[in-house]
Write a protein that binds this ligand. Structure first.
Ligand SMILES: CC(C)(COP(=O)(O)OP(=O)(O)OC[C@H]1O[C@@H](n2cnc3c(N)ncnc32)[C@H](O)[C@@H]1OP(=O)(O)O)[C@@H](O)C(=O)NCCC(=O)NCCS
Length: 177
């Protein structure tokens, strides 16, 4: 049986200010790909997002929208109780409005409910905005991948957020940064 964390229907969260988190759909791809191109030197293509929502059985692909406009998105894989976050991006004009925080808090809450053990992601050491975001949400440094990124070439910092056995907060055994 598929875990409900992977069910599109399980993802529909409304916020008091009218923002909404929901599963990414094909109609979102043009807008998502435009945000992606504006945000990265090596952007994912529209087809890569399409693959996530249509073909990748372990994928979670969420958007956050306000006034029916997609402001940001998050893509992750759920594999044996571990969530690997592969993409978190917010449209340039919508940054510092709490959209990324809300996406990540929703993912953290879902992993906790599902009894997951941890969330992993990679980040450029130079990406101060993302590192501050993740640090404030309890992610801690768990390693480094040499030369992981291109354009420009840079190592990746591995960040992990751990959960306790009963879904609570685990005492982190990884060094903090
Ligand atoms: C990183 C990114 C996703 C943050 O999205 P966002 O919606 O602007 O972030 P939020 O508004 O939810 O910020 C939450 C917290 O993160 C931290 N933060 C976010 N942007 C920051 C910045 N530019 N400088 C310092 N801290 C920042 C702050 O602690 C912030 O809380 P605060 O606003 O109360 O101070 C966004 O800047 C982005 O899309 N960047 C380009 C793509 C990218 O780098 N993605 C991450 C790859 S690992």
């Amino acid at each position: 049986m598929r875990n409900s964390i992977l069910e599109p229907a399980a993802w529909d969260l409304e916020f008091p200010d009218g923002a909404r988190i929901r599963w990414m759909r094909a109609a979102d791809l043009t807008g998502v790909a435009a945000i992606e191109r504006d945000s990265y030197a090596q952007p994912w293509t529209s087809s890569s997002f399409r693959f996530e929502i249509e073909r990748q059985a372990n994928a979670i692909a969420l958007v956050i929208e306000a006034k029916q406009v997609v402001r940001g998105y998050a893509c992750a894989w759920w594999i044996e109780g571990v969530l690997q976050i592969n993409n978190v991006t917010v449209a340039r004009e919508a940054r510092r409005c709490g959209y990324a925080r809300r996406l990540l808090e929703a993912l953290i809450a879902a992993v906790r409910r599902a009894g997951g053990s941890r969330i992993d992601l990679e980040v450029r050491p130079s990406n101060q905005a993302a590192r501050a975001l993740y640090r404030n949400l309890g992610f801690r440094s768990s390693g480094r991948r040499r030369g992981f990124y291109a354009h420009p070439r840079e190592d990746a910092l591995l960040l992990t957020r751990r959960f306790g056995k009963r879904g609570g907060e685990g005492l982190s055994s990884v060094p903090s940064d």
